[in-house]
Design a protein around this ligand. Structure first.
Ligand code: SF4
Length: 284
């Protein structure tokens, strides 16, 4: 049985906001009986991107994390619902029945991802239903994936075994594996939002003149083990990414050809720019 999945590539999302707009356009002012009632014009974000800035100038980046209902296979909202108000279809899509869910405000808190929104006027919980009404009419993908100009969102209807292979091949992760909900939304490059980096600039002293140093090797050691190495770019800048926040002491060894090796220590809490590191020439 083929089931729907959504792949979100954090590295490709540039916050065009087209996913949010396509969902708003599809559901605001439109009632889809059996699938979703009209979305309120204000306050609801069934699909939207969270923003995170990492590091400090000049080594800084911004990541956007699109979030939405994860269409979990082990969905807490289904377990919390009364009157069979939330169901999972054979194709993997989770639906909140707009009639049966009336008055069930507790479902908002049942979703650990914060993906259920309370419609005050209609007194119903609502979420992004994967555009199931369009899928059932033969659409090949939901509107958000069509609308994304950078292909940060992709919808796939495949067998679970095939999806497992794709997850392995593309290095896809769950947003919050600790929730144990078996989501059908899979994230790529999630480290850009959830992990942190150590950055810096390498400069060399050429007879009293300091120049950005391209090609310097920066080796990183943690807990007595070498955990990686990066090379400085044309501006002398480097970035070592995908590190756990609050992971403690890292020792940097900065080296380049005829310059003295420089050691540096950083206690990592969050993404950090370690400043300018000046290499001095070796004197023979
Ligand atoms: S993300 Fe929340 S609303 Fe969606 S299926 Fe999972 S628990 Fe339910």
């Amino acid at each position: 049985m083929k089931k729907w999945n959504l792949i979100v590539d954090v590295g490709r999302c540039h916050n065009s906001n087209n996913c949010f707009l396509s969902v708003a356009d599809e559901y605001q002012g439109n009632d889809h009986p059996g699938y979703a009632a009209e979305m309120p014009k204000h306050g609801h974000k069934w699909m939207h991107a969270l923003r995170k800035e990492r590091g400090q100038a000049p080594v800084v980046d911004v990541a956007y994390l699109p979030t939405m209902c994860q269409h979990c296979d082990n969905a807490p909202c289904i377990k919390s619902a009364k009157n069979n108000a939330v169901t999972k279809r054979d194709d993997g899509i989770v639906l909140i029945d707009p009639e049966k869910s009336k008055g069930q405000r507790h479902l908002v808190d049942a979703c650990p991802y914060g993906s259920i929104w309370w419609n005050e006027e209609k007194e119903i919980p609502q979420h992004w239903p994967f555009d199931a009404h369009l899928i059932d009419r033969g659409w090949k993908e939901p509107r958000c994936t069509q609308a994304c100009p950078t292909r940060a969102l992709r919808a796939l209807c495949v067998e679970d075994e095939e999806m497992e292979r794709i997850k392995e091949k593309e290095g896809l992760e769950e947003l919050n594996p600790e929730y144990g909900t078996k989501p059908r939304v899979h994230y790529k490059n999630l480290h850009l939002y959830k992990k942190c980096f150590i950055g810096g600039t390498v400069v060399a002293n050429f007879d009293g003149v300091e120049e950005c140093l391209r090609g310097a090797r920066i080796a990183f050691h943690h807990d007595g083990q070498k955990v990686g190495e990066v090379v400085s770019d044309v501006y002398g800048e480097f970035k070592f990414d995908n590190l756990e926040p609050e992971s403690g002491i890292y020792n940097l060894e900065i080296s380049h050809g005829d310059f003295e090796v420089l050691q540096y220590e950083v206690d990592l809490s969050d993404s950090v720019y370690t400043g300018v590191h000046i290499l001095e020439p070796k004197y023979y």
